[in-house]
Design a protein around this ligand. Structure first.
Ligand code: AMP
Length: 215
């Protein structure tokens, strides 16, 4: 068969980025992530939409969702160009899920489940290499030298939206908007629940087995 189309759901900090990398390596699919796409376009002028902020960055720094018009377009283009993909960070509300139904067919929908306090701890301690994007955690996976990437020597930074206040807002937004998305797939019996609390390798073992069952 052609390459699988995989949707990875889960709250911020559940490990979607890490597990997406595993999927890319195993299946050779594209990683489509709205968060990264929007971060590269934080300053884009969206003033013609007449919404709360004039750029995606305004919404992001407040922990709010960027308007569907902007995000849907990014996803549509990326999926059209992909031969198999792992989609991460989208859909985040029911309207996006319905839009996704119209533009593609999914082979696997997996949900990474992690308790909230663990998510807060993971996100506020997260540091990312400014050069190559590798993730670290100040406590759980620190670099050899504080503030410096082990892989490329780049500077480790904290994402603007990984402060405690914004993290809590992002998790509230997830509960409010994305729970209906989870239900949307669950009702159709398409959802596979994965315990995301363990070490990344353990989570991958369970996720990989679940994908193999479906494709
Ligand atoms: P993430 O890296 O997935 O945590 O996304 C960071 C921020 O980008 C979110 O807090 C939102 O402001 C925005 N964002 C990412 N994906 C979406 C989406 N599907 N819909 C709306 N906003 C999004």
């Amino acid at each position: 068969m052609s390459q699988p189309n995989i949707l990875l759901l889960g709250p911020p900090g559940a490990g979607k980025g890490t597990q997406s990398s595993n999927i890319v390596e195993e299946y050779g699919v594209d990683h489509v992530t709205t968060g990264d796409a929007l971060r590269s376009n934080k300053g884009m002028d969206i003033s013609d939409l007449d919404v709360e902020y004039d750029t995606p960055g305004g919404f992001m720094d407040a922990g709010e969702l960027v308007p569907d018009e902007v995000v849907n377009e990014i996803v549509k283009t990326a999926l059209q160009e992909a031969d198999g993909y792992v989609l991460d960070g989208y859909p985040r509300n029911l309207d996006q899920a319905k839009y996704l139904d119209e533009i593609t067919e999914l082979d696997v929908v997996a949900l990474l489940e992690v308790p909230r306090e663990e998510l807060v701890e993971r996100l506020t301690g997260r540091r990312i290499c400014d050069e190559c994007g590798t993730n670290y955690h100040v406590e759980f996976s620190p670099p050899e030298e504080a503030g410096v990437c082990d892989k490329c020597g780049g500077e480790l930074i904290q994402r603007d939206d990984d402060t405690e206040e914004t993290v809590r807002e992002r998790l509230n937004v997830f509960d409010e908007n994305t729970q209906p998305v989870i239900d949307h797939y669950d009702i159709r019996d398409e959802l596979v629940r994965i315990d995301g609390e363990g070490a990344p390798d353990e989570v991958w073992e369970e996720l990989h087995a679940a994908i193999e069952d479906e494709v």
